[in-house]
Design a protein around this ligand. Structure first.
Ligand code: ADP
Ligand code: ZN
Length: 735
């Protein structure tokens, strides 16, 4: 690197600025004489007819003759810490790997962008002029309150005097009161956590794992650890020791969680361990708090962030540790915009920053499991539940032989088990990963099925909302009075169960039970959801009916029975990861049972008790599952033994989508290493009125599939009109 000249005369005259829009390249801008800009600085620059916040990506840009005159000036340098080289490198890396425009990736790092304006100023008032000509009782109360001459915030004054803000404003207009800006109290976003606040007494296995994690944080440097512990083994408590070590070192920690909105329980535990709450980062954080958190992270004021996948792009000043909780969770894959897998990118970020990363799970992804088996990742095991609690015993209920009566979904043996648990005043959970009342509604008279007008999907009956809803595009309509095809009335029948229908059945089977249905579409707000989870925790609910919302990470002390209503649900869609997903989800759900008092039981209703996934679950034999799945993946050349990428082509009409997909496939560069499969019509052939085709690329693991695709797409025909092309590296969804 060239030494930077100190003299103002030799400052960079031109800089390249990357802006958070869907563009890959940065733009050159002139640097006004009074500005000193370095890579990483946040700036405002003119962009077309507006201004945008961007980041200086390179300085000392060579001036191209003739170009100089047309260049625009950087408008302003923002008073924010510069993006560190690590983060800029990470943005470049993610863009490169996922085939996304760099500007789109940068946008994730500037998520506070639109809220960068100055903090809203609070207005205060004090007595300044003569009493108004017209006095009222309310005005008199305000004057009496402010007679001491002190400044009060407008809202406080109104509240204390028992009047509306309008009364205060009226007095300001009359000149009786003088308005003046109040400085906002500089509330910290998060107070410093205390690593010694409350250290638990660890079991021997926990202590060994905690010590190993602490040492790797103290030592620093890159390294991946799989914290592999059964549900309830205390993984959280153990990795908190790594967080404590980072705190003692003065380093920041990022804890990634799936479904951050549901982690109130986690935040409470964090507070118990460290004495204060951690900062949170997810889409439900209010805009102002986001802006403050963003700045707090950049200025080192925030030392621990618990966040959803987007927290990976926060501008940490001195990140010393990353933890990915429930690392196997499919939610970590972002499926729109930049298609990235947050767990994989977290490993990349740790590598760029040369820091340790911990992946935590009771059911590691096959990728992570293989890495641990091959010694690329270190494995720390917690083989037992804390406090000697047993893992739940799982029994299969073979639906082909002992299923429930027609139109019902709870088999007699499961109903009996629930009854016993309820009599013992313990909790039971019925798990069904399907929102709504019924997944399909058909006309008994003519067989017509109610389908979405925009998608290749059935409408799901949501009886609670009195609507038929498409789960792909959100289309909703009230149930029609008559069949649209044969005009029969009262002929619709609901087919199959959803959680709402299960609730109906439960009400007849267990009329005394206090039932709670937990499903994302039934909870209005995250606050409400947190309250409901608390109700369960405190034992104010007897029977929980839930979708995958309840599968993840919760700790319900009184829950001793889990009934899986339809174990086969996830296996149906022929996706290469279906077996893994099903195993993980069902294992996690069953793991909710028997965590504290008494013994847990799981019942698994299935039509295929001999499927390898079901057999492994019933035998509680995780190794058997990994063995069969790893063998199958290796034989098929699927990840992690090979690489996959997909291209999804969509258009408003079928021929355009198909035609472009064919031309695209024909333009694929020949390569020994890559197989291009397709185009085929996507399993979800139409979504939101767009017809979809897919191409799937397969290559050996050592091959750079991103580079291959980049080269291909650069030379390939470009989509025209309303044809759209989306690239997905390491696809998780094949729909
Ligand atoms: P996991 O994440 O592995 O499922 P958790 O970390 O949620 O397990 O721990 C399960 C329960 O056991 C929690 O309530 C936790 O507070 C408790 N626990 C685990 N280890 C300890 C310990 N050493 N001392 C006290 N409580 C513990
Ligand atoms: Zn639809």
């Amino acid at each position: 690197m060239r030494p930077r000249p100190a003299s103002a005369l030799h400052r960079a005259a031109l800089v390249d600025v990357l802006v958070p829009v869907a563009l890959d390249q940065s733009y050159s801008y002139r640097v006004p004489a009074e500005l000193d800009l370095k890579p990483g600085d946040l700036v405002r620059v003119p962009l077309g007819t507006r201004e945008a916040t961007g980041v200086v990506w390179a300085d000392d840009v060579a001036v191209q003759p003739g170009l100089h005159n047309r260049l625009k000036d950087v408008a302003e340098k923002l008073d924010l810490p510069p993006l560190k080289p690590e983060l800029r490198q990470f943005v470049d890396w993610v863009a490169d790997y996922t085939l996304s425009p760099r500007g789109m990736v940068l946008r994730m790092a500037l998520r506070m962008g639109e809220h960068l304006g100055p903090e809203r100023i609070r207005i205060g008032v004090r007595l300044a002029g003569p009493a108004p000509p017209r006095m009222t009782a309310a005005r008199a109360r305000v004057l009496a309150l402010l007679a001491d001459g002190l400044v009060r915030a407008k809202g406080d004054a109104a509240r204390e005097a028992g009047v509306s803000i309008g009364v205060i404003d009226g007095l300001v207009d009359e000149g009786t009161l003088e308005p003046l800006p109040l400085p906002l109290p500089p509330e910290p976003v998060a107070r410093p956590p205390d690593p010694a606040h409350q250290v638990p007494d660890f079991s021997a296995a926990q202590q060994a794992a905690a010590d190993a994690l602490r040492e790797s944080v103290e030592r620093g440097g890159y390294g991946v650890t799989l914290l592999d512990g059964v549900t309830g083994s205390g993984k959280t408590e153990v990795y908190f020791e790594a967080v404590a070590a980072a705190l003692r070192k003065g380093k920041q920690t990022l804890i990634l969680m799936p479904e951050i909105a549901l982690t109130a329980q986690f935040l409470d535990r964090f507070a118990e361990r460290f004495g204060v709450c951690s900062a949170e980062w997810h889409s439900d954080v209010a805009p102002r708090l986001r802006a403050r958190t963003w700045a707090g992270v950049a200025q080192r004021e925030v030392s621990v962030v618990v966040g959803a996948r987007s927290a990976l792009f926060l501008p940490f000043a001195d990140l010393g540790l990353i933890i990915v909780d429930e690392e196997h969770d499919a939610v970590y894959k972002q499926e729109d915009g930049v298609h990235y897998h947050a767990r994989d990118m977290a490993v990349v970020r740790a590598h760029i920053g040369q820091i340790p990363i911990v992946l935590s799970s009771a059911t590691p992804s096959v990728e992570t499991e293989v890495n641990a088996r091959r010694g690329r990742y270190r494995r720390l095991s917690l083989p037992e539940r804390f406090g000697g609690q047993h893992l739940p015993a799982i029994e299969a209920i073979d639906l082909t032989r002992e299923g429930p009566p027609r139109g019902r979904f709870i088999a007699p043996r499961l109903a009996e088990a629930v009854q016993i648990v309820l009599e013992r005043k313990e909790q039971a959970l019925l798990f069904l990963n399907r929102r709504g009342y019924a997944p399909l509604t058909l006309c008994r008279a003519c067989g017509f099925r109610l389908a979405c007008p925009n998608c290749d999907a059935w409408l799901v009956d949501h009886r609670f909302r009195r609507q038929l809803v498409c789960h792909h595009c959100g289309f909703a309509m009230p149930p029609p009075a008559a069949c649209p095809k044969c005009e029969a009335t009262g002929s619709f029948v609901a087919c199959g169960p959803g959680v709402e229908r299960l609730e109906e059945e439960v009400a007849t089977l267990f009329p005394q039970a206090r039932v709670l249905v937990l499903s994302s579409d039934l909870v209005a707000t995250i606050e409400r959801m947190r309250e409901e989870l608390k109700e369960i925790e405190q034992g104010n609910v007897d029977l929980i009916i839930g979708t995958q919302l309840v599968a993840k990470g919760h700790h319900f002390p009184k829950l001793n029975l889990v009934g899986i209503v339809d174990g086969d649900l996830g296996l149906a869609n022929g996706d290469p990861r279906a077996a893994e997903r099903t195993f993980q989800l069902l294992h996690q759900v069953a793991g909710r049972a028997g965590r504290e008092e008494g013994r847990g039981y799981g019942y698994l209703q299935t039509h295929q008790p001999n499927h390898p996934v079901m057999k492994a679950l019933i035998a509680c034999d995780r190794e058997a599952f990994y063995a069969s799945e790893i063998t199958a993946r290796e034989a098929a050349g699927y990840p992690p033994f090979g690489r996959l990428a997909s291209l999804v082509i969509s258009a408003g009409d079928r021929p355009s989508a198909e035609g472009f997909a064919r031309r695209l496939a024909a333009s694929a560069p020949r390569s020994e290493a890559v197989r291009v499969l397709g185009p085929v019509e996507a399993p979800l052939a139409v979504v939101r009125g767009r017809h979809r085709f897919r191409l799937l690329m397969k290559s050996p693991r050592a091959f750079d599939l991103s580079a291959y695709l980049r080269e291909w797409l650069a030379a390939a025909p470009k989509p025209k009109g309303d044809v759209r092309l989306e690239a997905d590296i390491d696809p998780q969804s094949f729909l």
